[in-house]
Design a protein around this ligand. Structure first.
Ligand SMILES: Cc1ncc(COP(=O)(O)O)c(C=O)c1O
Length: 486
């Protein structure tokens, strides 16, 4: 079955509503009309079938298990969608005066307050559009703070070697020099190594907790104290907060700034499924630097407030990805704090359940219980059979399971990072563990079978090295009648 519109149809089969160029010219500037565009002629039914077929190739949480580590691909309740579809939200004009959108402002205000309480901060801005955007927002706030207090010379950002790649990137984008901190054999930040690097140039230490190995940083209070004593700020990457909501709070651990990924922890579709939302929270010292406007309540009315002279200003047009916040807010009020805590506990339980079910066939490099995710390694399997983590991931695709995150964090060779989330049933987790174990067995008996996988996906193996090298040349995105997709 041809997979591109260009490969379907036949001349004259067109389903045009504007039937002649003369009609088009009534609507479009003549200079914009082109006679030489090689567009395919397709009947409307062909177009409908084409797109319906493509949509069935999408991999999504609603169809299959999606244990993609550090991404929290949990179920997004349909109730959230109903809330986000309310006309009063969807039809709002972004320039509506405050008096004309009190309900929407109240929702934003309540969400600011809910996050403040759940994460132990003083204030939240809902403006950043995604996690990495939240990171850079917070780095800009830190930078402005240091400039304001005459310590603009602080230019080093300390980042553990297990950090998400966006952390060093965000720090570098505001002009900080990034200095990596090693992890210990327990998979935690090496506090002694950190202390050796602290000094008059320390601006920020960016930490993820639980870290990307799925482990809770049990020395976190030591870390925050040491960084503060050196005059630096602590930044919490809260993209992985699914393990902690309702159980512990970054503010209580001593963090000055944090971002969240509402599109993970608070069940907003993401990963091609919808725009994100990366709110930034700040403690009392940093709150004046938050992007504005913030939503405030005054005498029972809600308003956009531009009052802070020290704010870094807006980081995005208008309020935020407003409908993403609506979805997340629906999730918060439906669950309440007890439900949110229960979800965190189940996320941790499910991850430990799968970890225990596979650890005898794929080594789990750290002994302790994990939080919302865990990493395991296919290094021994690779040495014995040549089958790599990548091959196992391809095998999972054939079983209708999304591949785990691979080869990251770099501190674990042949790494698979698995995050089952709290929304999966025990039967799904058992099925996943059995499939993974079956693939390891198959690799030992018939390594070539693994290397040939996937056999049942619409795209088989791609030449990843080639794609990586050619990425900036638009490889795979061009099509020509002579060559097809190149
Ligand atoms: C730990 C961590 N930090 C930051 C991010 C960046 O979030 P976003 O993809 O929304 O920019 C991610 C995303 O996967 C993450 O896992």
């Amino acid at each position: 079955m041809p997979s591109l519109l260009f490969e379907r149809g036949a001349p004259g089969r067109g389903a045009t509503f504007v039937s002649d160029a003369g009609a088009a010219a009534r609507y479009l500037d003549a200079g914009l009309l082109r006679a030489d565009l090689p567009l395919p002629d397709l009947a409307e039914l062909e177009v409908a079938r084409h797109f319906t077929e493509l949509s069935s190739r999408n991999f999504s949480v609603d169809r299959n298990f999606y244990p993609l580590g550090s991404c929290t691909m949990k179920y997004n309740p349909k109730l959230n969608e109903a809330a986000a579809a309310f006309e009063g939200f969807t039809e709002l004009h972004p320039f509506a005066p405050d008096a004309g959108c009190q309900g929407a402002l109240q929702l934003l205000w309540r969400m600011q307050r809910a996050l403040t309480a759940l994460f132990g901060m003083t204030q939240f801005s809902l403006m950043p559009a995604a996690g990495a955007h939240g990171e850079i927002t917070a780095m800009l706030m830190a930078k402005k703070h240091f400039n304001d207090i005459g310590e603009g010379a602080r230019n080093v950002c300390l980042v553990p070697d297990t950090a998400h790649g966006t952390n060093p990137a965000s720090a570098a984008m505001v002009g900080y020099r990034v200095n990596a901190i090693a992890s210990t054999a327990r998979g935690r930040i090496d506090v002694a190594a950190l202390k050796r690097k602290l000094g008059a140039d320390t601006a920020v230490c960016m930490m993820t907790n639980p870290n990307t190995l799925g482990l809770f940083e049990d020395d976190i209070v030591d870390v925050t104290n040491a960084v503060h004593e050196a005059g630096g700020l602590m930044y919490y990457d809260g993209a992985n907060a699914n393990a902690i909501v309702g159980l512990c709070r970054p503010g209580d651990m001593g963090f000055d700034l944090l971002h969240l990924n509402l599109h993970k922890t608070f069940s907003v579709p993401h990963g091609g499924g919808g725009p994100g939302s990366g709110p930034v929270g700040a403690n009392k010292k940093l709150a004046p630097y938050l992007p504005q406007p913030l939503v405030i309540e005054r005498d029972g009315a809600f308003a956009l407030d531009w009052g802070s002279q020290r704010s870094i200003g807006p980081v995005r047009a208008f309020w935020s990805h407003f409908l993403a916040v609506v979805r997340a807010y629906a999730y918060v009020i439906v669950h309440g704090v007890d439900g949110l805590r229960r979800n965190s506990e189940l996320a941790v339980l499910n991850a430990n359940y799968v970890r225990a079910a596979v650890k005898d066939v794929l080594a789990v490099p750290y002994e302790d219980f994990c939080r919302h995710e865990f990493v395991c390694s296919a290094e021994a399997l690779k040495k014995k059979t040549g089958v790599r983590a990548l091959d196992l991931a391809k095998g999972l695709l054939d079983a209708g399971i999304h591949a785990p995150t691979m080869y990251w964090p770099h501190v674990v060779p042949e790494c698979l990072m698995i995050e089952p989330t709290e929304t999966e049933t025990k039967a799904t987790l058992d099925g996943f563990a059995a499939t993974l174990r079956g693939l390891v067995e198959l690799a030992e008996a018939e390594p070539d079978a693994l290397r040939a996988m996937p056999l049942h996906t619409s795209v088989r193996r791609v030449d990843e090295a080639h794609v990586g090298r050619q990425a900036n040349k638009g490889i795979g995105l061009r099509w020509s009648a002579e060559q097809g997709a190149v």
